[in-house]
Design a binder for this molecule. Structure first.
Ligand SMILES: [Zn+2]
Length: 69
């Protein structure tokens, strides 16, 4: 779970204030502190690449040491 801060600019052209909202606010609506207009936080973050799972190197089955009795 990522709680990265999202930075979003107020769509109000008279305001254009950059707001920092917690990652938990995704998909929700926040209120601009500058002008009071409601801003919808997009679910998908446009900025920054998503962390990819590191590919695991292929494990050769012959190397697995299984103890059998
Ligand atoms: Zn605003």
């Amino acid at each position: 779970m990522s709680t990265k801060t999202i930075r979003i600019m107020c769509p109000n052209l008279m305001c254009r204030r950059v707001l920092s909202v917690p990652g938990e606010a995704r998909g929700r609506t926040v209120r601009c502190r500058g002008c009071g207009s409601s801003i919808r936080i997009p679910t998908i973050a446009k900025a920054g690449p998503a962390p990819k799972p590191t590919p695991q190197p292929p494990v050769s089955e012959t190397d697995v040491d299984v103890e059998t009795t």
